[in-house]
Design a protein around this ligand. Structure first.
Ligand SMILES: [Zn+2]
Length: 393
């Protein structure tokens, strides 16, 4: 392809900053007029017309006339074309890959899943065979839409440069470049992210980010995870992988977490720690599912353990909100419903917010639970992939 200063970018080239801002606004807030977009994004009407024309020519945005009652001239409304891009998102756990394919609006068009290869003698999951599984999964998903424009993969652990799995918590991986072989096999742009970061990215465009520029995401499942969005930007890599929040002390006389802190948040809330304390008290192995059943049957010990976990979650959410200076926290993860449903969580948050008699400032936290299926996680990966394909950082 030849290029000149007036040529349009190639179909999958990243958008200009202005075009991306327009697209992002339309995706997050729905259709709008050129005039309203220009005002909101502080762009002159001449520049707005140029951006709109470029986006329409690229097929990302449609402009349709909307009749205005009582006025002769219809309004021109810009909206995103949902099928302009399709991206596959894959969430990798310790033994399976869950895939979805999403359109521009993050709507799921198809789902699929596959088992990961058996672990090696050293406990790690073979990388090359995993790349083959992911390639096959993406190929299956790609058949369900006109064409694929990119791939997003998310997993638990530390990811650097949006491509290298520095620490794959559930896979036994260290410094594994996952993006390069996947890109070579599929010919598509690939982005690799931490799974909670991917959820934060999805929330930024299609959830909490619609109303809050700063918010936090807490996930509770196989480990505690944290996502941070500050002033509209997702923090790509946490300085401590969430360690400081997960191991914040709550009760010096409480049970010990896996690394020996007495009564830290993880000691109560982390699934492995909770199960090991429940098992020690019962004198036999107890899973979280078993604990939930016992609570439902009226077992006092199970009720106390789950309520204590919910209390730890309330403290965690309150501390996170205070440190981040936001009123918005999103909860997610496989185990979250069990703890978020306990009144102990909301009571703890309310108590943390209770003002002293001389205090005039009142604060309210907006804490909600996001859908937490594995395909929901994969949707986070797909939305990260859409943002990557469009050139968002
Ligand atoms: Zn701890």
């Amino acid at each position: 392809m030849t290029s000149s200063s007036t040529a349009q970018p190639a179909a999958d080239a990243p958008l200009s900053i202005g075009a991306l801002a327009v697209t992002r606004h339309l995706l997050a807030h729905g259709p709008a007029t050129r005039g309203d977009l220009g005002d909101l994004l502080r762009v002159s009407s001449a520049s707005m017309s140029r951006l709109a024309r470029a986006l329409v020519e690229e097929g990302l945005v449609a402009e349709n006339a909307e009749p205005v009652p009582g006025v002769g001239r219809p309004r021109q409304i810009l909206s995103v074309v949902p099928g302009a891009r399709h991206v596959a998102g894959c969430k990798i756990t310790g033994n399976r890959a869950y895939g979805v394919v999403c359109d521009m609006l993050g709507d799921v068009k198809a789902t699929a899943q596959a088992a990961l290869p058996a672990r090696r003698a050293d406990g790690s999951v073979p990388v090359a065979a995993t790349v083959r599984v992911l390639t096959q999964l993406v190929t299956r998903l790609g058949r369900r839409v006109p064409s694929l424009d990119g791939i997003g993969v998310s997993l638990g652990g530390v990811v650097s440069d949006r491509s290298v799995v520095h620490e794959g918590t559930f896979l036994g991986w260290r410094d594994v470049d996952l993006a390069t072989p996947l890109r070579e096999r599929t010919g598509l742009p690939v982005v690799i992210t931490n799974d909670v970061t991917a959820l934060a990215r999805e929330q930024l465009w299609f959830g909490a980010g619609r109303t809050h520029a700063t918010f936090g995401v807490i996930t509770v499942g196989a480990g505690l995870g944290f996502g941070v969005v500050r002033e509209g930007h997702v923090v790509e890599q946490l300085i401590d992988n969430g360690h400081l929040l997960a191991h914040a002390p709550l009760d010096n006389h409480g049970p010990r977490c896996g690394i020996g802190h007495p009564g830290c948040v993880a000691a109560y809330l982390n699934r492995d720690d909770l199960e090991s304390h429940a098992s020690a008290l019962a004198g036999a192995p107890v899973t979280l599912a078993g604990l939930i059943e016992r609570k439902a049957a009226g077992d006092d010990t199970a009720t106390t353990l789950i309520d204590n976990a919910a209390r730890a979650l309330g403290h965690l959410a309150a501390t996170f909100a205070g440190a981040l200076q936001t009123t918005r926290i999103v909860l997610a993860g496989e185990d979250i419903d069990t703890f978020a449903a306990s009144p102990a969580m909301t009571e703890t948050v309310a108590d943390r917010l209770r003002a002293g008699s001389d205090e005039t400032q009142r604060c309210r936290l907006d804490i909600t639970v996001a859908p937490s299926s594995f395909h929901g996680w994969a949707r986070g990966a797909a939305v990260t992939g859409i943002q990557h394909v469009l050139g968002a950082v």
